[in-house]
Design a protein around this ligand. Structure first.
Ligand code: ZN
Length: 334
């Protein structure tokens, strides 16, 4: 994907307004972006989560990449009062103006700026994840990749994984498909912005699927995509929600500045991510999808480690034989 195409995509998604439960504009934007892709179908479940499927050829699906359509924001209650939904400390709620879009409002901050390699927006979390999934599907289409993969766009994550739990409870995907949460996260566990996307070994609540995590790391090594492997335990992501309901999950993040618009000075400001990290994450999920569709378990790092261990076992058999006399003379269990 060219730089110009990605920037246009970022602008289209980030300029679309959203708030918990009020994701209809974002859902329409995602549908419009995916409509021209001939191998992608988009359906919605009963709750309104979007389920996109790229299918070309007859390859078995392995992964479903997920991102949430909402961001902490204001909603108008039936009585007309404004209520804030999402994790922002109460003492900050009067630190910024609000721009209303009918029944919901967002912080009155720029929707999209690209400056010094940083994407700055009133809502990077998790619209960046949505952009990454759309970019994945566009790239697979451009490459003509033979694969089957899902993109899940969930509602109302910011108030407790509401959309993800609806999806998990009536899991609509084939047996064996594993969920991969794509998030933006505050830096933790030694991870830093600009050093590549983070393959999360876990979050505050869970450890994630070992096999999918290994696939992501192997794809990164093979394609020379910079990644950081870290425990981002600042919060919980949808992978934890999915696993609570029995869906095995992995997770990736790009490091986020001003998490939930909370600036270090105590005010409310734009969130920001590194554009290079976003580009690397897109490359990595494309590569992982293509590799898993091709099915090459033999070149996995874990298979290689097992082979090395087996070779060492053979090489050390002589030492074991030569130590038998000593064992016979000295082992009290005799
Ligand atoms: Zn959030």
């Amino acid at each position: 994907m060219t730089h110009a195409t990605l920037v246009r995509l970022l602008r289209q998604v980030l300029e679309t307004p959203t708030a918990p439960f009020h994701e209809y504009h974002m859902a329409a934007t995602i549908r419009a972006l995916l409509a021209p892709l001939p191998h992608v179908t988009v359906t919605a479940d009963a709750f309104g989560n979007l389920i996109a499927c790229y299918r070309r050829g007859r390859k078995r699906p392995h992964l479903a990449f997920g991102a949430h359509l909402d961001h902490p924001g204001w909603v108008r209650t039936r009585g007309g009062a404004a209520e804030f939904l999402g994790g922002v400390p109460a003492e900050r709620l009067d630190r910024c103006g609000v721009r209303w879009f009918g029944d919901f409002g967002m912080w009155d901050l720029p929707a999209f700026e690209l400056k010094d390699g940083l994407v700055r927006s009133r809502a990077c979390d998790d619209l960046i994840g949505c952009v990454e999934i759309v970019a994945l599907l566009m790239e697979l289409e451009r490459l003509g990749a033979e694969a089957t993969v899902y993109g899940l766009f969930t509602r109302a994550e910011e108030v407790g994984f509401v959309g993800a739990v609806h999806l998990a409870k009536s899991w609509p995907l084939p047996e064996g498909v594993r969920f991969v949460s794509l998030e933006t996260s505050a830096p933790r566990g030694g991870a830093a912005m600009g050093q590549g996307p983070v393959v999360r070994v876990g979050d505050r609540m869970s450890v994630f699927d070992d096999a999918v995590t290994a696939e992501l790391l192997d794809a990164a090594a093979a394609e020379k995509v910079p990644v950081q492997r870290a425990l981002l335990d600042g919060g919980s992501c949808e992978a934890t929600a999915m696993q609570l309901y029995g869906i095995r999950s992995a997770a990736m993040s790009v490091i986020l500045g001003n998490y939930h618009n909370c600036a270090p000075d105590g005010g409310i400001d734009v969130e920001y991510v590194s554009l290079a990290d976003v580009k690397a994450l897109i490359r990595l999920i494309v590569a992982t999808t293509v590799r898993m569709a091709a099915g090459r378990p033999a070149d996995s790092s874990k298979a290689a480690m097992k082979r090395r261990i087996e070779e060492r076992l053979r090489a050390h058999r002589r030492h074991d034989r030569e130590s038998r006399r000593g064992w016979a003379a000295n082992d009290p269990a005799g």
